[in-house]
Design a protein. Structure first.
Length: 254
């Protein structure tokens, strides 16, 4: 049994807790978001609610799920201890600052969980590699060790693709619903189409996005026609420009 604590109980913390429930762990969540904390505790007897000080003092592994500016106010003075693993999910708090805020804890790492971690099959870029993260999520999720903090921060930038891509899928589903009159079926169709492509990519490391695109590149076909229209409208460049605009916040070089 591992004693796991969560400082901050927002959506990502809730997804991680949900993914850990039922595995024999003792999970404590902070009181910060009382509604979310209560909902998590109601899910399972594995989960209890405690003040920040107790969460840190009584946990073998502590996940930090706060906004960076909040963390700088909340973390100083909490009873972190040597031998404890601390894992941050915060994009804007560098590892050097994390070490200072969580001393004397020595095993520290930063990772990037997204909502699908609740059911498994998600990806967890991490720097530095974390034995604690592997022990908790290695059997259900893909752990991706990053070579340095800059590489990890680039993954933070790439994680922002989720929202614009989902918005495109929603737009396509809305167009389909406009033709069929069935919004639920339209969303299910679009989601299932993409799930199929992504599943084939995830299950076969030798398959690439280029391979998938090549399979849809029949000249004059519907896919090739729409792709050309979107490309000519400048959508790929707009996406890259948006990613580049995140570089200063992530500390990435131009």
């Amino acid at each position: 049994m591992t004693r796991i604590g969560f400082i901050g109980t927002g959506e990502i913390a809730a997804a991680m807790v949900t993914g850990l429930i039922g595995q024999g762990h003792q999970i404590m969540v902070s009181e910060r978001n009382s509604g979310m904390a209560a909902a998590l505790a109601a899910q399972s007897s594995d989960v209890t609610i405690a003040p920040n000080e107790q969460v840190v003092a009584d946990s073998d592994v502590v996940f930090l799920c706060l906004l960076a500016e909040v963390a700088r106010d909340v973390l100083p003075g909490l009873p972190f201890h040597a031998g404890q693993s601390v894992i941050s999910v915060m994009a804007d708090l560098p590892l050097a600052d994390l070490r200072a805020l969580c001393a004397p804890a020595e095993e520290l790492a930063i990772t990037i969980p997204l909502a699908p971690i609740a059911v498994g099959g998600s990806a967890l870029p991490v720097y530095p590699d974390s034995p604690a993260l592997r022990a908790l999520f290695g059997d259900t999720d893909l752990i991706i060790p990053c070579r340095d903090e800059a590489a990890l921060n680039a993954h933070f930038g790439a994680s922002a693709l989720a929202s614009p891509i989902l918005e495109q899928m929603r737009t396509g589903a809305a167009w389909l619903a406009g033709q069929t009159g069935d919004g639920v079926a339209a969303e299910q169709y679009v989601a299932t189409v993409f799930a199929g492509f992504l599943r084939s990519l995830a299950e076969n490391p030798e398959t690439s996005f280029d391979d998938l695109l090549d399979s849809l590149a029949t000249e004059g076909g519907l896919n090739a026609t729409l792709r050309a229209h979107v490309r000519d409208a400048g959508a790929p460049k707009t996406l890259v420009d948006g990613l580049d605009a995140l570089k200063p916040r992530l500390g990435l070089a131009d």
